[in-house]
Design a binder for this molecule. Structure first.
Ligand SMILES: Cc1cc2nc3c(=O)[nH]c(=O)nc-3n(C[C@H](O)[C@H](O)[C@H](O)COP(=O)(O)OP(=O)(O)OC[C@H]3O[C@@H](n4cnc5c(N)ncnc54)[C@H](O)[C@@H]3O)c2cc1C
Length: 288
């Protein structure tokens, strides 16, 4: 690794102006579990890093009304430890538990999982399913971006020069909703997903009718995907195995995976269908 410059700004304004003034020559550093791996592997085309660790205001949780706001620098391990998060967003906690090892989870941040824009990211997938909104601050002010509009390709986001992801907002899902997160890999733990799936079903209270479904899938296209066709196929229909099989088939048809060192495209396509069906059946929970 060649010599690089290093800054530790103490507040958001300084961090934004450093990143904006240095242009494409620098990168923001959060937990470093993706960035430092890239730097070690090389080659890299940037000459400095701006460590965000001094921006303590970007850490922690605020529960207000129907919305929770999570600071972008909040560690993955803190998501697991927060009992209110576990109560209202258990699927997010399941995804956090599946990420890496305890050592990685103590460093890795929720914001880094989003900004790294890996199609296989676990926590980011569940944020897509929960329809999170991302709060971004840059040289020209602040803006809010729905997570489904955040990615433009593998490893690429809509973040402009100097912009920092500051927080993630998520609305509470309807009370009777139930979600499931599945991650499929060669090992049971410490594994990057070959395919991951997050679903949320909201039943019509007291009936066997599905009011709404959300389906998000990862590692099967250049960005993580919401499968609208499959979601629409479940809207206001009676929950049956056949309905879930149809939604799983539509999910399989909608994805476009690649072959890589970890899996073949055809295996990923097959597994996304299998996991989606299983996740929907488990999320429904009741008799079919
Ligand atoms: C051994 C190991 C196992 C892993 N296992 C998993 C796994 O199972 N599942 C999984 O999803 N990931 C896994 N990862 C990847 C990684 O841990 C996560 O993606 C993590 O959440 C990244 O967060 P970070 O804070 O370390 O990001 P960093 O490495 O600090 O940053 C990642 C990228 O995001 C940018 N960035 C970070 N924060 C911000 C911000 N607030 N605003 C703007 N840009 C920002 C950085 O510039 C960089 O480009 C693993 C990594 C390792 C090393």
């Amino acid at each position: 690794m060649s010599d690089i410059n290093y800054w530790e700004p103490g507040n958001l304004i300084d961090a934004v102006s450093l990143l904006a003034n240095m242009g494409d020559q620098v990168r923001a550093l959060a937990g470093g579990t993706d960035l430092l791996v890239k730097m070690k592997k090389g080659p890299i085309n940037w000459k400095g890093i701006v460590n965000l660790k001094g921006l303590t205001e970007l850490k922690g949780f605020v529960f207000e009304g129907e919305t929770i706001t999570i600071g972008a620098l909040t560690q993955i391990s803190s998501l697991i430890e927060n009992s209110l998060l576990g109560l209202h967003f258990p699927v997010l906690v399941d995804a956090a538990r599946s990420l890496g090892t305890p050592q990685v989870r103590n460093l890795a941040t929720i914001g880094g999982n989003l900004c790294n824009a890996s199609p296989a990211a676990d926590v980011a997938l569940v944020l897509l399913m929960y329809e999170a909104r991302l709060l971004i601050t840059g040289p020209s002010g602040s803006r809010k971006v729905p997570v489904h509009e955040f990615y433009v390709g593998s490893g690429q986001t809509v973040l402009q020069l100097g912009e920092i992801l500051t927080a993630i907002e998520i609305d509470l899902p309807p009370l009777n909703s139930k979600g499931v997160f599945y991650k499929h890999g060669k090992r049971k733990s410490h594994e990057i997903a070959l395919v991951n799936v997050a679903v949320l079903l909201t039943p019509q209270p007291g009936t066997k009718q599905i009011s709404r479904a959300r389906i998000a899938v990862g590692a099967v296209a250049s960005t993580q995907l919401r499968i609208k066709e499959a979601e629409d196929s479940l809207r206001e229909v009676i929950a049956t195995l056949g309905a879930f099989e149809k939604a799983a088939e539509l999910t399989k048809e909608a994805v476009n995976p690649i072959d890589d060192v970890r899996s073949t495209a055809s295996y990923r396509k097959q597994m996304v269908g299998v996991l989606t069906r299983r996740a929907l059946v488990e999320a429904w929970g009741g008799e079919l």
